[in-house]
Design a protein around this ligand. Structure first.
Ligand code: AP5
Length: 213
């Protein structure tokens, strides 16, 4: 399984990719998570990435290609991967195609998580991550039991720094301007499948499995 999950911020790419990883044993590769790890490690690159992410802008295509090339060369990605957050520009889509052509392992599918923009702000401002397990939750959509279980286990519900209204607005603008063209890129290649990504997480997951085939 070599797939890309496309979709606006908050469309549920990370949520669904984690379920797929747990079910199928295929690594979930999130460029956002990798950049946040660099920020947490306090590297010079992390500091530069943090400023870009806090503004809701994109890290340069060259840098992202280097990161993804290294990650896809790791042994766990040899039998497949779920890419989340990459590619995000037409240049990145072309770079990924070239990279995979070099190793003779083309993409199976690019899956678009389709969500009405009106629900994204609520999903993103309500998102919280468990500090212990990394589990994604939401103060508006998760059950009280799920939220309480995190604190009962000694975890904290952490909010991402870029999940404030101003940064989210810019992330959505950047998505429209720079990432939406990637949908057309995969449509033209005949590898695009769209999934209706509203409804419960389990309903969306069933649709995703059907789209993967
Ligand atoms: P990244 O981390 O990739 O953020 P994003 O694309 O903005 O996507 P999100 O993680 O916000 O949303 P998601 O679709 O994963 O939704 P989730 O499942 O969490 O990137 C962050 C930044 O890094 C970028 O802005 C950029 O600066 C940089 N970057 C990363 N990759 C880059 C690249 N390739 N090139 C350049 N720069 C790059 O769900 C959201 C919330 O909704 C959660 O609380 C969840 O519980 C809830 N939820 C999910 N599904 C449902 C449902 N069905 N019903 C109700 N609630 C739901």
């Amino acid at each position: 399984m070599r797939i890309v999950l496309l979709g606006a911020p908050g469309s549920g790419k990370g949520t669904q990719a984690k379920k797929l990883q747990d079910d199928k044993g295929v690594p979930h590769i999130s460029t956002g998570d990798m950049l946040r790890a660099a920020v947490a490690a306090g590297t010079e690159f992390g500091a530069k990435a943090k400023a870009i992410m806090d503004a809701g802008e994109l890290v340069s295509d060259d840098v992202m290609l280097g990161i993804i090339r290294e990650r896809l060369a790791e042994p766990d990605a040899a039998d497949g991967f779920i890419l989340d957050g990459f590619p995000r520009t037409e240049q990145q889509a072309q770079d990924l195609e070239d990279l995979l052509a070099d190793v003779g392992a083309p993409l199976d599918r690019a899956i678009l998580m389709n969500v009405d923009f009106s629900v994204l702000m609520k999903r993103l401002t309500g998102r919280r991550t468990c500090s212990k397990t990394g589990k994604l939750l939401n103060v508006y959509y998760s059950s009280q039991d799920e939220l309480d279980a995190v604190t009962a286990a000694g975890g904290e519900l952490v909010q991402r720094e870029d999940d404030n209204e101003d940064t989210i607005s810019n992330r959505l603008n950047v998505y429209r301007a720079q990432t939406e063209p990637v949908i057309g890129y995969y449509e033209a290649k005949g590898t695009l499948a769209a999934v209706e990504a509203e409804g419960s997480i389990d309903e969306v997951y069933d649709r995703l499995l059907a789209a993967i085939g």
